[in-house]
Ligand binder design. Sequence first.
Ligand code: C2E
Ligand code: CA
Ligand code: CA
Ligand code: CA
Length: 278
Amino acid sequence: AKALKRNTWMFFAPELAAASRERFTMDTGLRRALDRQELVLHYQPQARVDGSRVFGAEALVRWTTPEGEVIGPGRFIALAEEAGLIHTIGRWVLGEACRQAREWELAGLPLRVAVNLSGLQVVQGDIVGDVREALEQSGLSPSRLELEITEGFVIGHADEGLERLNGLRRLGIELAVDDFGTGYSSLSYLKRLPVQCLKIDRSFITDVPGDPDDETIVAAILSIADRLGLDVIAEGVENATQLDFLRSLGCPAYQGDYLSPPLTAAEFTERWGAGGLA
Ligand code: C2E
Ligand code: CA
Ligand code: CA
Ligand code: CA
């Protein structure tokens, strides 16, 4: 057992060093990225299942390094949260998404833009002030902004976060629960929270139709949402079979690579700008 332990250590040590080196590089790199405007938002369209009418876009942040490498949020959001950079990044994302949505609005492309919030932005910072400022600076009407909060966060911080979420609602924006279905079993929080929309997590969409458990879960979420008067968006729809299944269950809206992967603002405008949103 001793020998095994030593081997394990020898095997992991270089990896740990590399991991902490990457952390250090990412941390300093991220700070610089903010100054040098290396962050960019991509937009994934959201559509109604009937006729694929695009009504919204989810803003997804990316980091383009000076070397030209595009780093996805999965690799730096958690680090930004640990390093205390999430507030600055979050404010930038809010400001840029609102600015872009206003530009689209003025160009005759009236989309609702959805922005992902880190739970830390809701519990630590002045999220209501930040959102109010982004709306004022851009001139965007609040009904064109939706904020996504994860189910895990909602359950963990329902009490502290509730007043802030109510404050956001009073600004006139919409709130969505992201990754819905991946949290715990108690759904009572849905009654207490001022949310308007549930986003069904991609993990439940991947194997439908076909996987009986996932089919049941998707149907159950749709039924709960319907009874509570909530809107639903299914995430990660990758093919026509999944879309047909969702349509047959009465799911109102979806997003995913089948409709379009996330696009730059310019690509988005080119694809949906000229001929309207249909
Ligand atoms: P999310 O909010 O669940 O976003 C959906 C993710 O699924 C995105 O990954 C999107 O590119 C990807 N996706 C969309 N359609 C499909 C599909 O059909 N198939 C597959 N396999 N994937 C699809 P992305 O852009 O890498 O973002 C990952 C996560 O990072 C997001 O998950 C969100 O939690 C977080 N994130 C993104 N932007 C922001 C941000 O501005 N602020 C914060 N706090 N978090 C962000
Ligand atoms: Ca999201
Ligand atoms: Ca999600
Ligand atoms: Ca997710």
